[in-house]
Design a protein around this ligand. Structure first.
Ligand SMILES: NC(=O)C1=CN([C@@H]2O[C@H](COP(=O)(O)OP(=O)(O)OC[C@H]3O[C@@H](n4cnc5c(N)ncnc54)[C@H](O)[C@@H]3O)[C@@H](O)[C@H]2O)C=CC1
Ligand SMILES: O=C(CO)COP(=O)(O)O
Ligand SMILES: [Zn+2]
Length: 341
């Protein structure tokens, strides 16, 4: 669990104080993305250098095992004793795995409320066989500056909401697997994950404004969802069939959708396949401003159908509604239903 969670306006200003309290002895590695380094990363760099911290910087690319190895080497060569990760989910996940492998601490500084990995002890790594969820280091501290995050495009915030709304089907899938395969389940993790999605949906009208209040609501939900994953010791409470669909969609149409956007569409499809209230999931996503159809993403229905049919290739050991032998006709009907709301 993170020791220190700071969410609020100008929270970035607290980073030097948090690090000073750690009494670390050695350089700090500031990791960021190619875009975020130029904005928020540079701001954090200035703040730390003004306070005289010994700082080295690195840019993180796509999260693969090769990239993780490369960053590990950079951190080792710099003899860094702490990582400060400033960026989206990709940067934070990379820092989580690198700090875990090198047994050093890291601080999570999300620049967007676009994913629920800001607090979790899991990381999602892209491999040829699809995304794998690996054990990683939870952050020592989380610093979420609502002012900074509110300046990010609304698309990112909406994607973060969709990543939380995915908890509805993630839980249905976990319960299904518990009943059909005997997979163990955590009542605490299930409850926290569900409540998080419910609170988020209840506040959908506020989130649509994309102001600091909206960011505050979403960041709290992302944190809470991450804690549910930490309690479970796996991403199960926040990642079911809708995530398998999303990871497959990313493979079939790379870079088209944000992670959360693909998960949102996967959630409507998953809820439809479960026979649940998929229309209200679609309405909540629309209200928040997240895409709900392949055409919203600019991809063909056929790619979406393929992602439904091939979702089971991702993490096959995780049993979900997408692993129950869906026919092409059923997949077509599910994708067609996306346009009904
Ligand atoms: N470990 C976990 O439990 C979880 C991990 N993830 C992982 O996180 C990643 C998805 O996270 P994302 O943040 O969507 O992806 P990302 O890190 O690729 O960021 C998406 C885009 O947003 C941009 N961006 C970030 N902050 C910005 C800002 N303030 N202003 C303008 N642009 C900004 C980035 O430059 C990038 O182009 C995936 O790799 C996913 O698998 C997602 C959920 C949970
Ligand atoms: O994205 C996640 C939860 O939102 C977790 O990632 P995985 O789908 O890789 O387990
Ligand atoms: Zn996710």
């Amino acid at each position: 669990m993170p020791r220190n969670v700071i969410v609020g306006h100008d929270a970035l200003l607290q980073i030097p104080g948090i690090i000073a309290d750690l009494n670390i002895n050695g350089p700090i590695m500031l990791l960021s993305g190619d875009t975020t380094m130029k904005t928020v990363g540079a701001k954090v760099q200035d703040l730390l250098q003004e306070q005289g911290f010994d700082l080295v910087t690195g840019i993180v690319g796509r999260i693969t095992y090769d990239e993780i190895k490369r960053i590990e080497t950079v951190v080792q060569k710099a003899h860094a004793v702490l990582i400060v990760a400033v960026g989206g989910g990709r940067v934070i996940d990379t820092a989580k795995v690198v700090s875990y492998n090198l047994d050093i601490q890291f601080i999570s500084v999300p620049t967007a409320a676009s994913h629920d990995g800001i607090a979790s002890s899991r990381a999602s790594v892209v491999t040829e066989a699809g995304n794998v969820s690996v054990a990683a280091q939870p952050p020592l501290a989380i610093v979420a500056d609502t002012g900074v995050i509110a300046t990010a495009p609304h698309r990112l915030l909406a994607a973060g909401c969709a990543d939380i709304i995915a908890n509805y089907t993630a839980i249905l899938d976990w319960e299904l697997s518990h009943r059909l395969t005997g997979e163990s389940i955590s009542e605490y993790a299930v409850t926290l994950s569900k409540i998080t999605a419910e609170i988020l949906v209840k506040n959908a009208n506020l989130i649509a404004h994309n102001d600091e209040t909206a960011v505050w609501i979403v960041v709290k939900a992302l944190f809470s969802s991450g804690i549910a994953m930490s309690i479970a010791g796996s991403s199960r409470p926040a990642s079911g069939g809708e995530h398998k669909f999303a990871h497959m969609l990313e493979r079939l149409a790379p870079g088209v959708a944000l992670h959360g956007e693909a998960c949102g569409i996967g959630t409507i499809l998953g809820m439809y396949l479960h026979g649940g209230d998929w229309k209200s999931i679609s309405q909540s996503l629309k209200q928040i401003g997240a895409p709900t159809t392949p055409s919203d993403l600019g991809i063909s229905d056929e790619v979406c159908v393929q992602a439904v049919l091939r979702a089971r290739e991702i993490r096959p050991e995780r049993f979900t509604i997408f692993d129950t032998g869906i026919t092409r006709e059923a997949a077509l009907a599910a994708v067609k239903a996306l346009y009904e709301v």
